[in-house]
Every structure is written in structure tokens, then in C-alpha cells.
Design a protein around this ligand. Sequence first.
Ligand code: BDR
Ligand code: CA
Length: 314
Amino acid sequence: MKKRIPVLLDGDPGHDDAMAWVLAKACPFLDIKGITSVAGNQTIEKTTYNAMRVCTLLGIDAPIAMGRPMPLLCAPRTAGNIHGQSGLDGPKLPEPTMQLSPLSPVELMAKVLRESDEPVAIIPTGPMTNVAALLLAHPELKENIRLISFMGGGIQSGNWTAAAEFNILVDPEAADTVFRSGLPLYMAGLDITEKALIFPEDFEKIRAVGNEVARVVADWLEFFYKFHREIGYEGAPVHDPCAVVALIRPELITYEDMYVEVEKKGQYCRGMTVGDQKGVLGNKPNVHVGMKIDRDGFANLLLEAVKTFDSEGK
Ligand code: BDR
Ligand code: CA
């Protein structure tokens, strides 16, 4: 078996964050070292509680640290219209069986980075508040970061404003810090995540697997799809798992190396990820941008992942 890659999962679960964690837990060569919650899809209290419930369901046995209630510099925004009042509406989930870590996300991530023999991959699937705070507080630990594979942004369009995608819009200053970090960055933006559609017939294949995780994932997909169907999608755009695909099945994604900046000031474009697609600026690319995804391969990966859980869910 391949050597296991230590990973930190940072997110705001959220239906698609939870499905990203399903992929990560199911992959035998990822070793989940810590979970950090961030305010985004819902308040930090709700995303943290959801993180604990999801980890209980999936049998993820790693410390969980609760993030701060606010982005680095601006007011928070939530996405209750998509993820519901709890941030993870839909199927009933088990109550958490673990305690929260006494550490902050920065302290937890720093501890994991310091103690790891191997460089650690960070997978942010929400606003990048925690990751930016880590980079600002501990620049000396950068060399222990293997890569950052995140869901956020979009070169062609936004989804929360015409220009901006939700995760980047919620904390553009944090995203900017990450984009300027010089670290290897893999971007799963709307250019691929809106093509990573899971169709109603896929929901049923997943449900038919028959274990507890399969049932919950199928219900999450149905809940998540309801909102998207009303605005014209043919399937659920399951954004966040695409950030995990970069590590476990990179051949499903076609990346283009690009110089990308985050708009922090624009009247209409705050939170936009401005990609220099033609290289007119002559700057060295700073991001591997996902531009194409093998949709069928992706749907199959999710199906195979739910099969790895036992009948109880773990
Ligand atoms: C992103 O926004 C959130 O609502 C999802 O969880 C995903 O991370 C998509 O724009
Ligand atoms: Ca998310």
C-alpha cells in the first residue's frame, strides 16, 4: 500500500464538506490528523457541532478544534438557504461521542505540523480563515506543509455574486494570504465543482449500498439538490469533495497552472479569484487551477467510498 499522507481537514460542514470527509476517511492512504471548524455555511457553533456529528458518524478519530466566529477582518455571512438552519439539515445524525480539543485551530494545526514526520496536506473546504491565521502566526511551519488543496473561487464565474464564490467571498483577506503563501496550491473552484454533478440516479445507487453512511449520504444529496434543482441544476454540484480528489485521484482533474489574485477591494468584484489565463502579467503561476473534471469517475469514486463503511456506519 502507498505511504499514508497526513492530512488536516478544515471546513464548515455543510453537506458537501461532510461528503469531502467521507472521501477522506474512506481513502486508505490518507491519515486524518486533525479537524478544524470554520464559520461559513453556518455560525461557528453550528459548523463545529456538525463537524463532531459527522466525525462520529464516519468514525473519524482525530482531535477537533473549534474556529473563531468571524472571518479575519470582515463581518460573517452564512448560507442557510442552501444548507438549512442547522447548516446540515436533512437526515438525523448521531450525537457527538467525543470532546472538543482544548486547542484553537491554529494551535492544533501547528502541533500536527510540528509533530509529523512527513509534510502534511491541508484540505480547506470553507472560508480559509484558519489556514491564513496559521500561516500568519507560524510562517516557520510552512516547510511542513506538503500542499493546500482547497475548494474555493472560480476563474469563469462566481456563485454568491456574479464574480465571487462563497468561500472566498466570506473571507477574501484570508484567501489572499493563502494565495500569496508560495505553497503548492490546488484549487477546486467552480470551474470544476459545478461540473461535479451527482445526479438523482447516482443518489439511488448510493442508497442501495445499504449501510448507514450510504443512507445518510443519499439523504444529504437529496437535501442539497432540492435548492439547486429550483435554480436549474440537473444534479447536485458537490463542490467540496473535489478538493480531496486532488490527493486521492488527481488524474480525474485537469489542472492549469495560473497566476491568480484575490480581489479584496472591488465595488462589484470583492472575493473574485482573478486568473491571468493568458499570462499577460508575466507573473509566475501560483495556483494549480482545476479546469476539467471526469464527472463519471468522480461519481463512481463517491459510490465506492460509501461502500468502505460497515453496516453501523464506521
Ligand atoms: C462552497 O460554499 C459552501 O456553501 C459549500 O460548502 C462549498 O464549500 C461552494 O461555493
Ligand atoms: Ca464548505
